[in-house]
Design a protein around this ligand. Structure first.
Ligand code: ATP
Ligand code: MG
Length: 327
């Protein structure tokens, strides 16, 4: 079987964007591949955070993976920080990555603009840690949202560079982007992507938001001053709502547009809101039940972390040997 690796940061409760762009795709792929799904908590500390909150969010995120339908018997669902090989390989790969390459990363530019008082080295080398995450497991396929395209390209470049020097050490990973809605936009600024770390909570829908909160946030979504429901780049707010409705109801874009013909923005928002509430309901119900089962989640964390460690060390040992670190 081919190997899939993917992860999410515990910087907040995951959004509808994370769900549509990543988690939902993971669930559709997880039977056919050997999958590792990580809570990338080491990435989460690149921005200022509250320790107790990070701990809770990490656990909630891991629980959400299982609630969404990922299987900790067949897949490996674990905390990145429980496998020290990630940090070790990241250090080594840092020495094979150029400043110029990292300078070009748009996520770094965007995040450092938003966190001017804390532009730390971890934020800068974030893509190298991500490369390490992926390359440690000889990953074939990485299902991510479109916003991670550039990071994945870099991971491929680093792996290729390393292999050119030392021989075939890393598998070169392929990206997998879901078709529709690989990039869900902010409800408040529809030209920017929806992000769970957004300060404006009205910009995103969290997958654990209560139905009335979801309805309210969609109602407040920024659209435009005309009235026509059209799917077009020059109407980013409306386009985003159509994308969301399309994914949540499993209807293609053309049929969604036909469905809303002659209706107003009020109707659109109401139906989009309802499609989200219904689409997330099963996930929310399972999340509640799983969260209550502390012993089960603890057991998953322990056993799956051990399985990840075992695999990671196989690659790390090889890398250390190649670069001449003593065995
Ligand atoms: P942060 O603001 O902390 O970076 P985030 O919402 O961008 O949070 P990540 O943990 O960075 O979430 O990304 C997790 C996964 O979700 C990645 O695969 C990423 O590509 C995907 N993703 C993130 N935002 C979106 C979005 N708006 N639309 C579709 N996919 C997304
Ligand atoms: Mg992100």
């Amino acid at each position: 079987k081919k190997v899939i690796f993917s992860g999410m940061q515990a910087t907040g409760i995951i959004t509808l964007g994370n769900y549509i762009g990543a988690l939902k795709n993971w669930v559709s792929l997880h039977e056919a591949y050997d999958c590792l799904f990580s809570v990338v908590d080491l990435h989460s500390i690149t921005i200022r955070h509250d320790p107790a909150q990070l701990r809770k969010r990490s656990r909630d995120l891991l629980t959400l993976y299982i609630a969404a339908g990922l299987d900790p018997e067949k897949n490996i669902i674990y905390y990145q920080s429980h496998v020290p090989a990630h940090a070790e390989l990241a250090w080594i790969l840092n020495c094979y990555t150029y400043m110029g390459e990292l300078n070009r990363m748009t996520q770094y530019k965007e995040k450092s603009e938003k966190n001017e008082d804390n532009i730390n080295a971890g934020l800068f080398t974030y893509p190298v840690l991500m490369a390490a995450d992926i390359l440690l497991y000889q990953t074939d396929v990485v299902p991510v949202g479109n916003d991670q395209r550039q990071h994945l390209e870099l991971a491929r470049d680093i792996a290729t560079r390393f292999n050119n020097i030392y021989g075939e050490v890393f598998k070169i990973p392929e990206p997998y982007f879901g078709e529709v809605g690989a990039r869900i936009m902010s409800l408040q600024e529809p030209t920017k992507k929806m992000s769970k770390s957004d300060e404006n909570v009205n910009g995103f829908i969290s997958v654990l938001d209560e139905p009335d909160v979801i309805m309210k946030k969609v109602k407040r979504a920024v659209t435009d001053s005309d009235r026509e429901i059209r799917y077009s780049e020059d109407k980013p707010g409306v386009k985003n709502l159509i994308d969301i409705y399309s994914v949540m109801t499993g209807t293609d874009i053309e049929n969604v547009v036909n469905h809303f013909e002659g209706k107003g923005y009020g109707d659109l928002k109401k139906e989009v809101g309802e499609s989200i509430v219904e689409g997330l309901r099963p996930l929310q119900t399972r999340f509640k039940a799983l969260s209550a089962d502390k012993a089960y989640i603890d057991e998953v964390i322990k056993s799956n972390g051990d399985r990840a460690s075992y695999l990671a060390h196989k690659t790390l040992r090889k890398v250390k040997k190649k670069v001449g670190l003593p065995q």
